[in-house]
Design a protein around this ligand. Structure first.
Ligand SMILES: C[S@@+](CC[C@H](N)C(=O)[O-])C[C@H]1O[C@@H](n2cnc3c(N)ncnc32)[C@H](O)[C@@H]1O
Length: 267
């Protein structure tokens, strides 16, 4: 049976709220980690005092980095209730709750007024949105004229993925819902945003898959109980990582940074 949009969203939010993802991915839930976040921030030209919206902010690692290193204020939004609670607690723990707020909400209906953000970022999450055009329209709506959008995301070629990488679990793992880079660009263009830059980061995708694979193997040998407590079946994860690693090697899956701008006058 094919999963509907509501099921996909609920599955993604639940998957990223649990302990399993933190155990396998660490603090940053996207390929390239904080290094790629800094590269994204540089491409957006962030400067102190600006207001950034982080869509699908996850555990808030990016929001804390941007507030601490770039002096911006950040409004993060995520669909996972537990994820938002954790992000709020971590921001408070870092003494940053004055400059970061986390909101529970959907990327396709952002809880912010029109034209109030200097930048919108979205890391490794646009691919999971069933309503990509609705989300892109929301990014454009909340951006001020001249504001910038930056995403980093999983891409696929049009050649089709192995069937196991198209299930709802694979959707939560950011693969089944991924699209060719050109489709992301077209989606933003249709929302009235101008694409100003693109970079390929396929090696970061391969590294992240390798990292998950290595962690699962290590934990299976040294701390099988932690895997079980987090509800992780090592064999299932390793089957996915093998398929995903092969798909990256075959050029079927990649990772891309896209930068866009809201024109000063919208068409
Ligand atoms: C791969 S994680 C990325 C988290 C964060 N951007 C990062 O890079 O660390 C995907 C996140 O998207 C969130 N998410 C999925 N669908 C969403 C939606 N429709 N609206 C808001 N957040 C969503 C999930 O709850 C999860 O925290």
């Amino acid at each position: 049976m094919t999963a509907g949009p509501a099921q996909i969203k609920a599955c993604c939010a639940a998957a990223y709220s649990g302990d399993a993802v933190a155990l396998l991915l660490g603090e940053s839930y996207h390929p390239g980690g904080l290094a790629l976040t800094r590269r994204l921030a540089a491409a957006l030209g962030l400067s102190p005092g600006q207001r950034v919206v982080d869509v699908a902010a996850g555990p808030g690692t990016t929001a804390r980095l941007l507030a601490a290193e770039y002096g911006v204020t950040v409004d993060g939004v995520d669909l996972g209730q537990a994820t938002v609670a954790r992000a709020r607690a971590d921001a408070a723990g870092a003494g940053l709750s004055g400059r970061i707020r986390f909101h529970h909400g959907d990327a396709e209906r952002l809880p912010f007024p029109d034209a109030t953000a200097d930048a919108v970022i979205c890391e490794c999450a646009f691919c999971t949105f069933p309503g990509k055009q609705a989300a892109a329209a929301e990014f454009a709506r909340v951006l001020r004229p001249g504001g910038r959008v930056g995403i980093t995301d999983v891409t696929v070629t049009g050649d089709g993925l192995p069937r196991e990488l198209t299930t709802v679990t694979a959707w939560a793992a950011c693969i089944a819902g991924a699209r060719p880079a050109q489709q992301y660009a077209d989606t933003f263009t249709a929302a009235g945003l101008q694409i100003t830059g693109q970079e390929r980061h396929d090696a970061a995708m391969a590294r992240m898959i390798g990292q998950i694979d290595a962690r699962v193997r290590l934990l299976r040998m040294t701390a099988a109980g932690r895997l079980a407590d987090a509800g992780i079946d090592a064999d299932t994860v390793l089957r996915y990582t093998a398929l995903a690693r092969q798909a990256v090697a075959d050029g079927l899956i990649g990772y891309r940074m896209l930068i866009g701008e809201k024109p000063s006058t919208m068409p």
